[in-house]
Design a protein around this ligand. Structure first.
Ligand code: C2O
Length: 487
């Protein structure tokens, strides 16, 4: 992997991206007749296109479900009862038995993810590929996908209260794969998983490779990590939601939000089977939705979007019409093709579902500095004076990084020049790593620390931790440089 520019940078006042101009003129949407085979891995061409995509199909515009119908309550998967499990099991087995030509079938549902995550469609009025990861479409697209999925499941068993479970990996009770997914006589069972990560193994929300931590320590680190990804690292819209992705080649961006990077990407990798080249199924996006746990994983991602929105009293919600008017098509439970806009899916109550609340211990888990601040300042000063260290090949300045790319094959210390003007002092500071280039097809991961003193005290448990980069290559054609922004 290559590291590009790194600099201090500050977002606008609230970090809310607004834009004057016409409604949604640069909004993104697929050209449904443009489906083509796409790369699931660098070395694997897949064809996830639905039958008959070549001719335009009639569709209806999205309508909210009847506000009188009962609210679907999504509950944590580790706490659901046997009745619920057998109900969901039945719905899912029916879905799995539907033929592929039925868009409600499990294979077609799984293919939806493959289509939009590998760039199988071009955008409307453009030959730019459409891909929803690592952008501000990440949360809304997955919300749409599981919304229709949930309603289809419910209709297959005639239950309009049916709701998906969520895998609450952000709280200690949920930090193992929920039992229902490991019962090999149920439809939730899936063989393509890393067997060493089955219960009772505690999930590593910032997974790189296996560690030997005892569960208590892993849980502590996970909670501190959640605090960073949800609270301290997510105080600006873009940091949480991902970059501003607009229509056409010029509108392209590649900058994931905190939760998408990890736990989202990290857990995809953690679950997928280590015996498969891309840790399929969960470890690669073309295959991820074949594993039933995908839907509970994404229900939790969706829930955390709600938690974040509420924490900021909806003040950080994106107001850009280009985002609100970006649209996709999904089949609903009545086999109608529905065009749905991002703006339609911001409010879950209007969509007829909500989440059963759980206690969130990470909310108050602000990490402590690894050394008392006074001592830390002194130590940093001495470090700076120490010319020997300045000569070390692992120390570079950010201006050097502007012009010379660096391979990140060992830890790298970067002296960041200060761009901030006085009046911006009070504002949230953001670190941007521009132009990260990922070579090859492996899972790529690195953490970033600010003012690190002691190389041996590195953990999200310390306040010096600024965030992480976690990348699942999607095999997509062309070079895509990624921006990482950390708050
Ligand atoms: Cu579209 Cu969890 O990924």
């Amino acid at each position: 992997m290559i590291l590009g520019k790194l600099e201090g940078w500050s977002l606008g006042k609230h970090g809310v991206i607004t834009e004057e101009g016409k409604r949604g003129t640069k909004s993104v949407g697929p050209n449904m007749t443009s489906c083509h085979p796409s790369y699931g891995r660098k070395d694997l061409l897949v064809d996830c296109c639905p039958p008959g995509f070549q001719s335009p199909l009639p569709f209806v515009d999205f309508q909210f479900p009847d506000p009188q119908s009962p609210l679907r309550i999504r509950r944590p998967a580790h706490a659901v009862d046997v009745d619920y499990i057998s109900k969901y099991d039945k719905a899912l087995s029916i879905m799995k038995s539907l033929p592929h030509h039925d868009p409600r079938s499990f294979s077609r549902q799984a293919n939806l993810h493959c289509l939009f995550c590998t760039g199988a469609y071009d955008q409307q009025n453009s030959n730019a590929p459409l891909s929803i990861h690592r952008t501000w479409l990440f949360f809304p697209w997955h919300r749409m996908m599981i919304y229709f999925h949930e309603r289809i499941l419910g209709s297959l068993i005639g239950d309009e209260t049916f709701a998906l479970p969520y895998w609450a990996w952000d709280i200690p009770q949920g930090m193992v794969i929920p039992d229902m997914y490991t019962n090999n006589s149920s439809s939730f069972y899936h063989t393509m998983r890393d067997v060493s990560h089955l219960p009772p193994q505690t999930a590593d929300l910032n997974y790189v490779s296996d560690t030997n931590l005892i569960p208590e320590d892993q849980i502590d680190i996970n909670l501190a990590f959640m605090y960073n990804q949800m609270v301290s690292g997510a105080r600006k819209t873009e940091l949480f939601m991902g970059c501003t992705y607009k229509a056409g080649k010029e509108g392209y961006c590649n900058g994931p939000g905190t939760i998408e990077l990890a736990p989202h990407n990290a857990l995809h990798t953690w679950i997928g089977s280590s015996l498969n080249p891309g840790r399929e199924d969960m470890g690669k996006f073309y295959s991820a939705a074949k594993d039933p746990i995908f839907y509970a994983h994404h229900a939790n991602i969706d829930r955390l979007w709600e938690v974040w929105r509420e924490a900021h009293k909806q003040q950080l919600d994106i107001k850009d019409p280009d985002w609100l008017d970006s649209f996709f098509y999904f089949y609903d439970e009545n086999l109608r093709l529905v065009r749905v806009k991002v703006g339609d899916v911001v409010d879950t109550i209007k969509l007829g579902y909500s989440y059963e609340q759980v206690h969130r211990p990470w909310l108050n888990m602000r990490p402590k500095p690894s050394y008392p601040p006074k001592l830390a300042r002194q130590m940093l000063k001495t470090k700076e004076k120490n010319k020997l260290e300045m000569l070390s090949r692992t120390l570079v300045s950010s201006s050097e990084l502007d012009t010379h790319v660096r391979a990140l094959d060992a830890s790298l210390t970067v002296k960041v020049r200060n761009h901030w003007r006085k009046k911006e002092k009070e504002e949230e500071k953001v670190i941007v790593v521009h132009g990260i280039e990922v070579k090859g097809d492996a899972y790529v991961k690195f953490d970033v620390y600010v003012n690190l003193i002691d190389q041996f005290k590195i953990s999200p448990k310390f306040r010096e931790f600024a965030g992480t980069f976690a990348h699942i290559p999607d095999g997509g054609a062309g070079k895509k440089k990624i921006d990482l922004k950390l708050g």
